[in-house]
Design a protein around this ligand. Sequence first.
Ligand SMILES: C[S@@+](CC[C@H](N)C(=O)[O-])C[C@H]1O[C@@H](n2cnc3c(N)ncnc32)[C@H](O)[C@@H]1O
Length: 441
Amino acid sequence: MNDDQRLPLWQQLQAVTHVLHAIRQGQSGTAALAAVAPALRPGVQALCFEVLRSLGRAQALRKLLAPRNPPTLVDALLCTALALLWHPQHATYDAFTLVNQAVESAKRTPALKAKAAFVNACLRRFLRERDALVSQTDGDLVARWNHPAWWVHQLQTDWPTQWQSILAAADQHAPMVLRVNARHGTPADYLKKLLDDGIPAKMVGAFGIVLEYACGVQQLPGFNEGWVSVQDSAAQLAAPLLLTGLAQSSDQLRLLDACAAPGGKTAHLLELVDARVTALDMDPQRCERIHQTLERLSLCAKVVPADAADVSAWWDGTLFDAILLDAPCSASGIVRRHPDIRWLRRQTDIAQLAAIQARLLKRLWPLLKPGGRLLYCTCSVFKAEGEQQIATFLAHHSQAKILASPGHLLPRGDQPTAMHTDNPSGDHDGFYYALLEKTAA
Ligand SMILES: C[S@@+](CC[C@H](N)C(=O)[O-])C[C@H]1O[C@@H](n2cnc3c(N)ncnc32)[C@H](O)[C@@H]1O
């Protein structure tokens, strides 16, 4: 048990309630957690993630216990407690302790103090009638799958046979995966170092190592020296997909990473090849993170804060050999790492994001040399941001030809990682990859 977990539970529940409340007001989980005192943050983050993974169930139970909507902060506290209580086998805390501490948290929060007796009554009733109440919520789609109804319906449409395993994977804990810097050593060498240091792990993919237990990056041998980076195994496919078989002219390759921050894939490209890389991101603060990533790994790229679609503002007129477009997307493939995403997205976001992706594709395509390649990817499991997007693009661009591509990689927590077969699924984030080649006119 670490220090933060020894802090009183009521204090952690109080912080989780505020974070959940902020997320429901539209703040990202990362921003809401940044407001939590540093000493509390790791424990609060772990509890928050548990709550977000059971929020659909908790909301349905809260409606049964308090059919008239209580004030939003009271609702957030009740949902926090119910999410942590509802499943006896998955509960981290003894149920009576949790209820006592939730009530204590209400008593110690000025805005909730007057409602402490109400919170107490709801949660004690839940303890008395748990089985009956839980079974009453079993037929509720949102309670069953802990995702908004529109999200479940979209997955049912897109993936009629896989939607359940995609949703189940979203509620699992994501493994910590490392990418070994090919300029420094091989995954086999690094695995040996980890095992020598007592960090159990195994190799995954061509460059990856998956740790049995997550740990702080400072515990990883050579992290500060750039021997490894943290990157999911699905994301590790981007750089080799773009580079393998790419025709190399006598000049150094000119590569564009159009949506680059925080620089994970830019760095992987540079670990694999000597190239002139332009790394764009429209968010100047996130560009700073590209600089930090490259500095730690002793790599070099031209980092430009710009809207990639506004080509006249940043392009010097020289065509690129290859373009990586890791486009902004719903992030529906990485919900196990960011369980807030599913509750923050709106159904209308998907069409809006697809329009942004289409615009980026259309504007960047002319910047590619004939014979060059563009790798389009998103960390989404929705077809509108993947195969439908590319089908539309191909229909309107006669010079675009699709090369062998992974297509949609579907997360599936009960399967070993298997990313090199058709329609692959496994223990990795959800991703979509399409590798396009520009044929001569
Ligand atoms: C999926 S993230 C990129 C992750 C990155 N490729 C990596 O591997 O570390 C998408 C990025 O696109 C940036 N972005 C969104 N719209 C953009 C645009 N029009 N031009 C450039 N960057 C954009 C966002 O700021 C965000 O950093």
